[in-house]
Design a protein around this ligand. Sequence first.
Ligand SMILES: [Zn+2]
Length: 88
Amino acid sequence: MYSPAVSRAFLRSVGVFIPPRRRRTNRILRAKLIVSDSCCYYCGYSLTLNDSTLDHVLPVSKGGTNRLDNLVLACYECNQEKADKIVW
Ligand SMILES: [Zn+2]
């Protein structure tokens, strides 16, 4: 692992391979599609890889993390509507 204090751009500039964030996001989306029966966490709408987004249950701005247990599958509309609100 690398220290988060060192930027991704710096690591790339010195030749360390850092996978693009989008590739990691796609892997997580695929995994979440499988475990959630491809449904939006909030409205239950059936999703595909192309129309699903990852939502932070506890928003990052409120102390949430990028850990898998804080990420759920959501349709674009629910994700936009929820924004940084906390929904229990
Ligand atoms: Zn939804």
